[in-house]
Design a protein. Structure first.
Ligand code: SF4
Lengths: 194, 221
């Protein structure tokens, strides 16, 4: 076989991407943004019974500088949102995000004034998990989805683009209300107060 | 196979309504039987006690709001109610004297509980602070201020308990919309130099929060 012949020569050819992605996907270090009840399931996910060490992600890092996967586990209050975005911005590229549970994905049963209706309003979420709370298996599944995503990324070629805004995002953003700038809109004009 | 009869699915209440005004509530044990305290209150504060409510075997004393500190001090010092278990606000919305503040007190030695309430009208939303009598009232009063906008005179640190300091509303008032007032609680900016996101449903309206930004230029760049 062809591969036999190359191996018998004593070398192996591959893409740098494949090696880098293999390393990255099997050593994801989660930052446990445990905000409420879902965090209990996230602990089970790391503990021996479900044992995420099998996937190389047992090292939970509470310092954003050492983490590359943020697990938002629980509901996000408006007060906390600013802290979470700040922690996210402190994480080094490349980084990924899991919205764990109904609350982090959509606000869930907390359809009220104090809870952000989905952390994707201010965070770029890669994988959403349904459930209240999701079982640890679901979180492992989400981690495997992230691994799948990482393995299919152009890691080397794309590193040059990290830090730049994606064109699609720039086009979509002016619709969003902002307090300053040309697109500043008075929110009263868009909503009818109940 | 036996079919489940609809009656077995009936939702059952704690018999609170039928127990109103009686002492037959099985959940209210002797701890809420506080006749001696009620008599002492009636004799010391005959002008301040406005109403004694017996509901489901529990006693609630409504007192004049101007005298609440005297009443609490008396209950603590003379009657042994040394523990303030809870303090909270109630919005009765359409009633006169719209707000109520309730104090749940416990006598640890005798195992007795009593509830004291005062009423607050919308025109004068200031009540004396109980922190001088019960230190535990501190955070509860901050919460009542946060949620209902009732000021506590004499409180040494009346900041909001839960909501951000610059929030304009008092969300537990009945007229406050459940989903809040759009724009009153901003989300983080969409770009580092951008303004705060005022749209609570930014994602649904097309926002794709960026993953990361260029590092700001350092001094030697
Ligand atoms: S999804 Fe359920 S378990 Fe998770 S934070 Fe929300 S309420 Fe708690």
């Amino acid at each position: 076989m062809a591969s036999d012949s190359s191996l018998s020569e004593g070398f192996l050819t591959t893409r740098v991407d494949a090696v880098v992605n293999w390393a990255r996907s099997n050593s994801l270090m989660p930052l446990p943004m445990g905000l409420s009840c879902c965090a209990i399931e996230m602990m089970a996910f790391a503990a021996p019974k479900y044992d995420v060490a099998r996937f190389g992600s047992e090292a939970m890092r509470f310092s954003p500088r050492q983490a590359d996967l943020m697990i938002v586990a629980g509901w996000v209050s408006y007060k906390m949102a600013h802290t979470i975005r700040r922690v996210w911005d402190q994480m080094a590229d490349p980084k990924w995000c899991i919205a764990m549970g109904a609350c982090a994905s959509t606000g869930g049963m907390h359809r009220c004034y104090g809870v952000v209706q989905g952390c994707d309003n201010f965070l770029p979420v890669d994988v959403y998990i349904s459930g209240c709370p999701p079982r640890p298996e679901s979180l492992i599944h989400a981690l495997m989805d992230i691994q799948e995503k990482v393995r299919n990324e152009y890691s080397v070629a794309q590193d040059g683009h990290f830090g730049n805004e994606m064109p699609a995002a720039a086009a979509a953003r002016p619709k969003v209300l902002s307090s300053v700038g040309a697109d500043a809109i008075n929110p009263d004009g868009l909503y009818h107060q109940q | 196979m036996s079919k489940k009869q609809p009656t077995t699915l009936a939702f059952r209440f704690t018999p609170a309504d039928s127990a109103a005004g009686e002492d037959s509530n099985p959940h209210a044990k002797a701890s809420t039987d506080v006749e001696a305290t009620l008599e002492a209150l009636a004799s010391h504060f005959s002008d301040a006690v406005e109403e004694v409510i017996a509901y489901a075997g529990e006693r609630t004393v409504r007192v004049d709001r101007a005298r609440i500190i005297d009443v609490l001090t008396f209950l603590k010092k003379e009657q042994g109610y040394t523990y303030l278990a809870d303090l909270g606000g109630i919005d009765r919305f359409t009633e006169d004297d719209r707000y109520e503040i309730m104090y749940n007190l416990v006598n640890m030695d005798q195992g007795k509980r009593i509830r004291v309430v005062i009423r607050v009208d919308e025109d004068s939303m200031t009540v004396p602070s109980a922190t001088a009598v019960y230190k535990a009232a501190n955070w509860n009063e901050r919460e009542v201020w946060d949620m209902f906008g009732i000021r506590f005179e004499g409180h040494n640190d009346l900041r909001r308990m839960f909501m951000p300091d610059d929030f304009d509303y008092h969300p537990l008032r009945k007229e406050f919309p459940l989903l809040g007032v759009p724009g009153s609680l901003p989300l983080p900016p969409q770009t580092p130099s951008g303004g705060l996101t005022l749209d609570p449903f930014a994602r649904a309206h097309g926002s794709i929060p960026p993953k990361s930004f260029d590092e700001p230029a350092g001094e030697d760049d």
